[in-house]
Design a protein around this ligand. Structure first.
Ligand SMILES: *Cc1c(COP(=O)(O)O)cnc(C)c1O
Length: 446
């Protein structure tokens, strides 16, 4: 992917791409759903495969000229089957959200009851949040976490027994602990529901054997390919042996839901990128990377705790941490996020269990270690980052977030004006820059 090629026909867009490259190089990417795909993955996505139409599936296409597209899709499918130990894989979903919607289409009728972890408790939009298609077309009854941040199994069991959902989602976007797939499997079996494990965040950890696999317990597994798995932006749907035992038609139902149910032509260039990423995931270095993600997450958790930061559940088993800022007052996630951004550390504000403020002005910050681990950073760097984050957060939380709308506007304006000039923030920005220079990103890319 040469930016120079973009430049020849479009200097304006090339300049923006260059700026984004510099932003990625000069900052610490701590958003847990982000990562840096390899140059090989990016080259596959930027390849001539983007030119092809191939509606249908390998060896059953609606267009001619698909000899090589069939090969690349077969390779991606075979690798995914091997890595995750599943019976059937669909690699065509355009991303994680369409993959999940295809699952609804495959196993539910309009109006059927479904349950998933509530968004504000760390669940994903597509697991039935009220404004999403999952709740508009289906009857969504969300379950919750306990005040201590762990899944509330009494609540899951109660909802499952009372509402008899057709489909139970498990998986999350903001859960710092190992996901208890086994317990979910037992509940799903008891009420005859399909269990879908959405491992979008942790699929790289699962692939490497660093997080337990949901495959023995779930009927269906969905994932994105661009988070810890470190591929291009895309999605996959997998059917397990248990899924086929429950419903031998499940693979066909999934495939039909993706195409022609929901999508047209697959993004073959992305399929190639997924195939390359899966090959990378089979290498011993990938396992080291996945293990390091978890070590880094634990190191960052203890560095933050040493600086007096409260963590939801008290720590992390995976790639992700949630800082609970309520000891400093409520609704201060935005202040922390913006101050950290100015200091060169990208995170996102997030709700915490029993959120006392609102999803838009939440009281937590979500962060994770996949991207900095890909960059080569280890425990030693996590110690520095934890200290710097705490320094900046302590400046940010000096500001109060009012409930009143007008007062809130003024408070945010004042915060933005002052924090930009804050000396701790400015000094931290320099330290971050120096650290980034020691871990060059995409050194060959210009
Ligand atoms: C990121 C994510 C998705 C959605 O992926 P998109 O590619 O953003 O559509 C779905 N489920 C979970 C749990 C996620 O974390």
């Amino acid at each position: 992917m040469a930016i120079a090629d973009i430049e020849k026909s479009d200097p304006e867009v090339a300049a923006v791409v260059r700026k984004e490259l510099e932003r990625q190089r000069n900052g610490l990417e701590l958003i847990p759903s982000e990562n840096f795909a390899s140059p090989a993955v990016m080259a596959a996505v930027g390849s001539v495969l983007t030119n092809k139409y191939s509606e249908g599936y390998p060896h059953k296409r609606y267009y001619g000229g698909n000899e090589f597209i069939d090969q690349v899709e077969d390779i991606a499918i075979e690798r995914a089957k091997k890595i995750f130990g599943v019976e059937h894989v669909n690699v065509q979903p355009y991303s994680g959200s369409p993959a999940n919607f295809a699952v609804y289409m495959a196993v539910c009728e309009k109006g059927d009851t479904v349950t998933g972890l509530n968004l504000v408790d760390g669940g994903h939009l597509t697991h039935g949040w009220k404004v999403s298609a999952g709740a508009i077309f289906f009857n969504s009854v969300p379950y919750h976490v306990r005040p201590d941040g762990y899944i509330d199994f009494d609540n899951v069991r109660e909802i499952a027994r009372k509402h008899k959902p057709k489909l139970i989602w498990c998986g999350a976007t903001a859960y710092p602990r190992e996901f208890p797939f086994k317990e979910f499997g037992e509940i799903a079996d008891e009420v005859g529901a399909y269990l879908v494990a959405d491992i979008a965040h942790i699929s790289g950890l699962v692939a490497a054997g660093v997080h337990p696999s949901p495959v023995p317990y779930a009927h269906i597994v969905t994932t994105t390919t661009h988070k810890t798995l470190r591929g291009p932006r895309g999605g996959m749907i997998m059917v397990t042996k248990k899924g086929i035992e429950k419903d031998p038609d499940l693979p066909a139902k999934i495939d039909k839901a993706v195409f022609p149910g929901l999508q047209g032509g697959p993004h073959d260039h992305v399929t190639a990128g997924i195939a390359v990423a899966l090959k990378e995931a089979m290498q011993p270095e990938f396992r080291e990377y996945a293990e390091q993600i978890v070590k880094n997450s634990r190191a960052l958790a203890s560095a933050l705790a040493d600086e007096g930061m409260k963590l939801v559940t008290g720590g992390s088993d995976n790639h992700l941490l949630l800082i609970d800022l309520t000891p400093f007052g409520k609704g201060k996630g935005l202040f922390a996020q913006e101050a950290l951004d100015l200091a060169g550390m990208t995170v996102n504000k997030n709700t915490i269990p029993a959120e006392p403020a609102s999803p838009f002005y939440p009281s937590g910050v979500r962060l994770g270690t996949p991207a900095v681990t890909t960059r080569g950073m280890k425990e030693e760097e996590m110690k520095l980052i934890g200290k710097w984050m705490a320094d900046v957060i302590k400046e940010a939380v000096k500001y109060e977030m009012p409930d009143d709308r007008e007062k809130r506007k003024d408070a945010i304006a004042l915060f933005r004006k002052e924090i930009a000039e804050n000396s701790v923030v400015k000094e931290t920005r320099q330290k971050v820059l120096e650290l980034c220079k020691r871990f060059p990103l995409y050194p060959d890319l210009e």
